[in-house]
Design a protein around this ligand. Structure first.
Ligand SMILES: Nc1ncnc2c1ncn2[C@@H]1O[C@H](COP(=O)(O)OP(=O)(O)OP(=O)(O)O)[C@@H](O)[C@H]1O
Ligand SMILES: [Mg+2]
Length: 299
């Protein structure tokens, strides 16, 4: 979506530039998306016909400082290249969620525009673009998941979990973890989505082990009222109490530098359980381990 916006703005600018119109105030707040999905570049009020009558005083700085090209910040003559610079700033802002040139006051921002190294900013854009790609494909996965038709059937959880473990055999061997699976009660659910739930939970249990002790993952379950409750228990790092509520939020990772991942696994687990009238919750003690509980309609 954001990528499309950028393409449309670039096309709009190109059309204006072909007519020799320079916008002079390209910034994110001037880019509007109408209800029917059309893109509008607002505020052509500051625009000036290239080569035509000078509508504004040459030395008054126009637009919002952070988006200004160096020549505009210096109050010099500007042409369409200045719009392209500002567009680059919007591009940067959309990709990274922050402005490339910052400062506490106008003069500091201008100093940054005139003096800051661009390559540093470019490196940041490259890693952020990769990150955004991962984020976009994650969002796509989530949205597909929400739309996929559920095929609810009686699930034999003993065979479902042993299937999950078989698919993760390589990872399990690599991490040297002991996987201890008890007999589990059956439930109702969509086989492939419930498979995804336990794959994500076991993946986490293996990923957040404590290097100072041998990893043990214990999976057990029981029936309660009309539900089957399952528990994936690990003896890993554990999760601090004030983080426990946040881990189900999209893209939330406690220690981004630890292991790889998008912070999507538990969001997917929760979405799937919402669609199944089920639940997921956690009990965890830092330094001891975590227990992730899943409840589903019993079979
Ligand atoms: N079993 C666990 N033990 C300790 N911390 C955990 C455990 N499971 C999840 N977490 C914490 O919760 C965060 C969110 O988990 P989640 O599965 O949503 O994302 P991820 O594992 O970081 O990435 P992804 O699952 O998308 O690869 C993790 O980054 C980690 O900090
Ligand atoms: Mg995960």
């Amino acid at each position: 979506m954001k990528k499309e916006v950028l393409v449309l703005v670039a096309e709009g600018l190109q059309a204006a530039h072909e007519k020799s119109i320079v916008h002079r105030d390209i910034k994110s707040s001037n880019i509007m998306i109408s209800k029917d999905g059309k893109i509008k570049i607002m505020d052509f009020g500051l625009a000036k016909i290239r080569g035509g009558v000078q509508l504004t005083k040459e030395h008054s700085t126009l637009g919002t400082v952070a988006y200004m090209s160096p020549e505009q910040a210096r109050g010099e003559y500007v042409d369409h290249r200045s719009d392209i610079w500002s567009f680059g700033v919007v591009f940067f802002e959309i990709l990274t969620g922050q402005l490339p040139f910052k400062g506490d006051y106008e003069q500091a921002v201008i100093y940054s525009i005139l003096n800051e190294e661009i390559p540093k900013a470019l490196g940041f854009i490259t890693t952020s673009a990769d990150k955004m790609d991962a984020v976009l494909s994650g969002l796509l996965r989530l949205s597909r998941l929400g739309q996929a038709a559920l095929k609810i059937e009686r699930l034999d959880m003993d065979s479902l979990i042993s299937n999950v473990a078989k698919n993760m055999e390589y990872q399990i061997k690599e991490s040297g973890v002991t996987l201890d699976i008890e007999h589990l009660p059956g439930c109702f659910g969509d086989a492939s989505q419930i498979n995804q739930v336990f794959s994500n939970l076991i993946d986490n249990a293996m990923k957040y082990l404590d290097a100072s002790r041998a990893g043990v993952i214990h999976i057990h379950g029981w029936s309660e009222d009309n539900s089957s409750i399952y528990c994936v228990e690990d003896n890993g790092t554990g999760i601090a109490a004030d983080h426990q509520g946040k881990i189900f939020e999209i893209f939330h990772r406690l220690e981004p530098e630890k292991g790889s991942g998008e912070g999507l696994g538990l969001t997917i687990v929760r979405r799937i359980l919402d669609r199944h009238n089920g639940k997921v919750w956690v009990e965890s003690e830092p330094g001891v381990g975590s227990k992730f509980f899943v409840s589903l309609p019993s079979a």
